[in-house]
Design a protein around this ligand. Structure first.
Ligand SMILES: C[S@@+](CC[C@H](N)C(=O)[O-])C[C@H]1O[C@@H](n2cnc3c(N)ncnc32)[C@H](O)[C@@H]1O
Length: 198
């Protein structure tokens, strides 16, 4: 596998994603989480927040199979289509119970969030904007995640992490913090894994 000399973000994970037909390298982070925690199972209904361009949703469709369903939400359009996949192009802060009800969903087995704010390079600001997205994902877990269900939520590390973790501990039986190998060097990105919703 050759590295591209032109794009500084093109690394072995990006090359592998291209080779395997996924629209983004981020798929390998979810694959690693899935290998370790076995969160997604065949037949599951999964909500994927921050789904564009679609590599997580594509992978989740492979795992849930023909009895499963995946709903993706993002401000931006997706590059992935499947009869198992429904996409809502929306701001997550504008999501409403009716959005899911109209699609025939009242709850999900798993909620994923790879949402990230547009980064400014100012670490504290990026962290706080990421925390806002994480807390929104957690609010959606409270409302739409099944009892016993699990969540994977991306956060940019920073001083609010212990407080956010405590919020997760209020609703999940077990909470882990995980940094996949495919995470870019120097990135502040971590994943909160909430298992077994109370
Ligand atoms: C790292 S990308 C997700 C990549 C995706 N998991 C994949 O594998 O293809 C983060 C996404 O979060 C989305 N996002 C950020 N803020 C959002 C919001 N308020 N509502 C919905 N999506 C949002 C961005 O538009 C962006 O597409």
């Amino acid at each position: 596998m050759k590295k591209s000399g032109k794009n500084p973000w093109f690394d072995k994970w990006a090359a592998l994603a291209k080779e395997k037909g996924y629209p983004a390298r981020s798929v390998f982070k979810l694959k690693e989480i899935q290998e370790k925690f076995q969160i997604i199972k065949p037949g599951f209904k999964v909500l994927d927040l921050g789904a564009s361009p679609g590599s997580w949703s594509q992978f989740v469709c492979e795992v849930v199979g023909k009895e499963g369903k995946v709903v993706g939400v993002d401000l931006e359009p997706v590059k992935f289509h499947s009869r198992l996949f429904t996409f809502l192009q929306k701001d997550v802060f504008d999501l409403d119970k009716r959005d899911f009800e109209e699609l025939g969903f009242t709850e999900f087995d798993v909620i994923l969030s790879d949402m990230a704010p547009k980064t400014t390079g100012i670490e504290d600001r990026d962290h706080l904007r990421s925390v806002e997205l994480v807390l929104k994902a957690l609010e959606l877990c409270k409302e739409f995640l099944k009892k016993g269900g699990s969540a994977v939520v991306k956060i940019f590390d920073g001083p609010e992490l212990p407080r956010v973790r405590k919020e997760f501990e209020k609703i999940f039986g077990s909470v882990k913090i995980f940094r996949p190998k495919a995470t870019r060097k120097g990135s502040k990105e971590l994943f909160l894994i909430g298992l077994n919703k109370k």
